[in-house]
Design a protein around this ligand. Structure first.
Ligand code: ADP
Ligand code: MG
Length: 408
């Protein structure tokens, strides 16, 4: 069965009903200030549609990776404050998820308002591997909606997780696909069903082991795979080069060596940087220099240096590959873009995406934040996805528990 849409829920009528929406509000914070509110702004249209139709909108979301217990630094309170600034709809915040505060707020809330519940990952049952735990939490979440409740999944960034608020909840409430999830799937289908070739995938970022796992699969689909970010150094190790103190997955060096042979067999061009910006330390003011990949330990700081960005020669090469492509998917910054001296590789890739005539998709929270933070106009990209891991898993052809749950 295909999922029911938000429009079909609105057509049923939601006035006075409590609708539980799973949103993706996993935003970067500096203390208690939201430093990039992209995901909040992206989530608001669905919440506002429901509120304006008279629903009582309960929002479930996670932030960061707390270990199943409350941790103040992962509280969604700053997100509720920012959300209230961005919308005319009244926004309240419950200091727990399914506890006394959530229940009393939910009882009292008026039609056409939003109640954001505290971080769902403060409850260990959310991510439990025991189905019984997750079902119990899903039941308690559903109880908050009382009679006439409904569930809308609008958190594309979490659909690859078999979590209570993503997958198990659909057994408890009539369930609908939010507009963000619908739009994301439409775009990703375009990348998998018949991508216009050449199709180039650009991978970077710091979740090295997660991303190494997807390379093998993407190699079978893409014409070229450009590798930057922290992943690069595991590849350079596989070539036998010294990498100083750069990020590396020593356990994966052998696997990566296999990828390089496999890419050749498949005719996928696996393109690695030829130069790297090596720094004395992980800081804004760190001394740094550009070195060729086969001589990374020969600089001023020898084997104590760490690679924090792709070099200018690599950036130009990557940009040319991107401009010459008809379809580009990019996930993961090329370097530590948060620090200006190491943001140039990421900026070059982002600029090339805005320059190519091809269809471009940016996936990944940090990649999307980089695009905005470096001052690019979002309109210059075909699509900016809110879900990094989820979009990668979709592109790999893996089943997504959140999507399957909506479809069953
Ligand atoms: P996304 O959220 O787009 O999927 P990731 O979360 O995998 O991306 O990675 C983003 C992070 O990767 C950024 O914070 C960036 O600073 C970091 N990063 C990129 N290149 C390097 C590098 N060479 N060494 C350490 N960290 C890096
Ligand atoms: Mg990230």
């Amino acid at each position: 069965m295909t999922a029911q849409t938000l429009d079909s829920l609105l057509a049923e009528g939601v006035t006075g009903r409590r609708v539980l929406v799973r949103s993706d509000l996993n935003v970067p914070l500096d203390g208690d200030v939201v430093t990039d509110d992209g995901r909040i702004r992206a989530s608001l249209p669905v919440l506002e549609k429901l509120a304006r139709a008279g629903a009582r909108v309960l929002v479930v979301a996670h932030l960061g990776r707390p270990k199943g217990a409350p941790e103040p630094r992962f509280s969604l309170a700053p997100v509720a404050r920012r959300m209230a600034e961005l919308t005319e709809v009244p926004v309240a915040f419950a200091s727990d998820l399914v506890g006394e505060d959530a229940r009393s707020h939910s009882d009292r809330m008026s039609e056409g308002s939003i109640l954001l519940l505290e971080n769902v990952r403060f409850d260990p049952r959310e991510t439990s591997s025991e189905e019984g735990d997750r079902r119990a939490l899903a039941g308690e979440l559903a109880d908050l909606t009382a009679r006439g409740g409904a569930y809308v999944d609008d958190a594309f960034g979490a659909v690859h997780r078999r979590h209570a608020s993503v997958a198990d909840i659909t057994a408890e409430l009539p369930s609908y696909q939010g507009d963000l999830v619908r739009d994301e799937l439409q775009v990703l289908r375009r990348l998998t069903e018949a991508p216009q070739r050449p199709y180039t995938v650009v991978l970077g970022g710091s979740k090295v082991s997660d991303k190494l796992a997807v390379i093998e699969n993407l190699m079978t689909r893409a014409d070229a795979l450009l590798v930057g970010g922290g992943m690069v150094f595991t590849f350079l190790r596989a070539r036998g080069y010294g990498i100083g103190r750069s990020l590396v997955e020593e356990d994966e060096v052998e696997t990566v060596r296999g990828f390089m042979q496999e890419a050749q067999r498949l005719g996928c061009r696996l393109i690695l940087p030829t130069d790297i910006v090596m720094a004395a330390e992980f800081s804004d003011g760190a001394e740094h220099e550009v070195l060729p990949v086969d001589a990374l330990e020969t600089g001023t700081h020898g084997d104590q240096a760490l690679g924090l960005d792709i070099g200018p020669e690599s950036a130009a090469r990557f940009a040319k590959e991107i401009v010459d492509s008809n379809t580009v998917f990019w996930n993961g910054p090329m370097g530590v873009f948060e620090l200006e001296p190491f943001s140039h590789g990421t900026a070059a890739v982002a600029r090339a995406l805005t320059e190519t005539d091809g269809f471009t998709v940016v996936g990944g929270g940090d990649s999307a934040a980089a695009v905005r933070g470096l001052g690019f106009d979002e309109a210059g990209f075909g699509h900016i996805s809110t879900g990094g891991g989820a979009s990668l898993e979709y592109l790999e052809g893996r089943a997504l528990p959140g999507i399957d749950a909506l479809n069953s």
